[in-house]
Design a binder for this molecule. Structure first.
Ligand SMILES: *Cc1c(COP(=O)(O)O)cnc(C)c1O
Length: 400
């Protein structure tokens, strides 16, 4: 049991708490599942980019999957080795590519033919060979929320099989490109194994046909996307996941890479917020808390479900909306949930708040970003201090 009350007293609310032991056990479970083959788990930093979270995973052996040079720098600062860092994303800047090459990271994941040319130019300027991988869009429906589906041609990600092949040949013939990897990532919060297996088959076939052209792919990157339990979803078992991938790789000597974000940190995180007021409008009950959509936007953005718990109360249960102080009707954490009567300063814990929560937070309504704390082996420590008003205005105040 986590003592949210004591922790909130010490660090105030709203607050994010991450259970580092849970993160470690998620990492180990996945790593063990792939034990039969060479593997590298690259944590998708965008899920939760707190330096201490990255360092924790790096210490366990994880690499990092980054989608901006800022994330690459975070990974390096947190002590992750450059040869375990990969750089993905559809819109990399020339400067980002240049810097990633200078830092000699493991590889850059290309998402278009045009990008291949930009990387070649930057590599030539540095007079080196850029290790690259190509993101293939297998055009397979991942059966997840359309906002987090990425593996269909209608999504902006990756290139089709023919384009990928053409790009590999171009890369092989370039003095400044070294095609070492292949990549697919079909979506997030995936709960069905079949589309992943099917994608892996398609991509593995491409690897075989590249082999015939003397293009030898060393890294087979299966992306991230493993779903987690927000609301009793049926989940993909890591062991079954690994077995499904293995079954597609017969005869191929590759290092399997995967890029989980949500799976590693999602259910390790809690958002703790305090009840300010209750009010009734007509026959609707609202519980107004000190956290808001700027702190945790997933319900507002995707209509995402998060379990909520009002601590220490059991009486007079009725339906309620849990809402924040921000001036938007979309500012809610839960709608029509059964909730006991609550009182000023009661605590509400929002579950599954470790991934895509703090990292998506903003200063909307001039609300400072909240504190983040880590819980490890029964001890709690601050890993990001609460933003002050001064922090929020520091880039503006000199221009008055
Ligand atoms: C976002 C992303 C991931 C991580 O997705 P999760 O659903 O958090 O596992 C992995 N790879 C790429 C390329 C991504 O864009």
């Amino acid at each position: 049991m986590i003592d949210f009350k004591a922790i909130s007293k010490q660090y105030n609310t709203p607050l994010y708490l991450y259970d580092f032991n849970h993160i470690a056990s998620q990492y180990t479970t996945l790593k063990e599942a792939f034990r039969a083959r060479k593997s590298l788990i690259c944590y998708a930093v965008k899920a939760n980019s707190n330096l201490s979270v990255i360092k924790h995973l790096g210490d366990l052996g994880a690499g990092c999957d980054c989608v901006s040079i800022g994330e690459v720098k975070r990974a390096l600062l947190a002590g992750v080795a450059n040869y375990k860092i990969i750089f993905s994303g559809v819109g990399k800047l020339d400067e980002e590519i240049y810097e990633a090459l200078q830092k000699d990271i493991l590889m850059i994941n290309l998402e278009s033919e045009a990008e291949l040319e930009r990387v070649e130019i930057q590599a030539q300027a540095l007079n080196l060979q850029a290790r690259i991988s190509i993101r293939v869009n297998p055009n397979i429906d991942p059966m997840t929320h359309p906002y987090i589906s990425t593996g269909l041609h209608e999504n902006k990600f990756g290139v089709d099989l023919d384009t990928a092949k053409r790009m590999y040949i171009k890369a092989k013939n370039s003095a400044f490109l070294d095609p070492v990897g292949i990549h697919f990532h079909i979506g997030s919060q995936l709960t069905e194994l079949a589309p992943i297996k099917e994608s892996s088959e398609v991509v593995a076939d491409l690897v075989r046909s590249l082999k015939a052209l003397d293009i030898n792919i060393k890294f087979f990157d299966i992306g991230g996307g493993l779903g987690i339990d927000y609301d009793d979803e049926t989940l993909i078992e890591p062991y079954q996941y690994a077995q499904a991938i293995f079954s597609t790789l017969t005869g191929l000597d590759v290092t399997i890479m995967c890029e989980p974000g949500r799976f590693l940190v999602g259910n390790s995180g809690y958002f703790v917020t305090k009840v300010l007021y209750e009010k009734i409008n007509g026959d609707k009950r609202f519980v107004i808390v000190d956290g808001a959509m700027n702190d945790l936007i997933r319900p507002s953005l995707y209509n995402a479900f998060h379990r909520v718990e009002l601590l220490d109360r059991k009486e007079h249960i009725s339906k309620a909306d849990i809402v924040g102080p921000v001036c938007e009707s979309g500012d809610f954490f839960a709608k029509d949930v059964d909730l006991p009567a609550s009182y000023h300063d009661d605590l509400i814990v929002i579950k599954s708040a470790g991934a895509y929560c703090f990292t998506m937070s903003s200063n909307y309504n001039t609300r400072g970003k909240v504190a983040e704390v880590a819980l490890e082996d029964g001890k709690v420590r601050l890993i990001r201090k609460r933003e002050t008003f001064e922090d929020m205005i520091k880039n503006e105040k000199d221009y008055l």
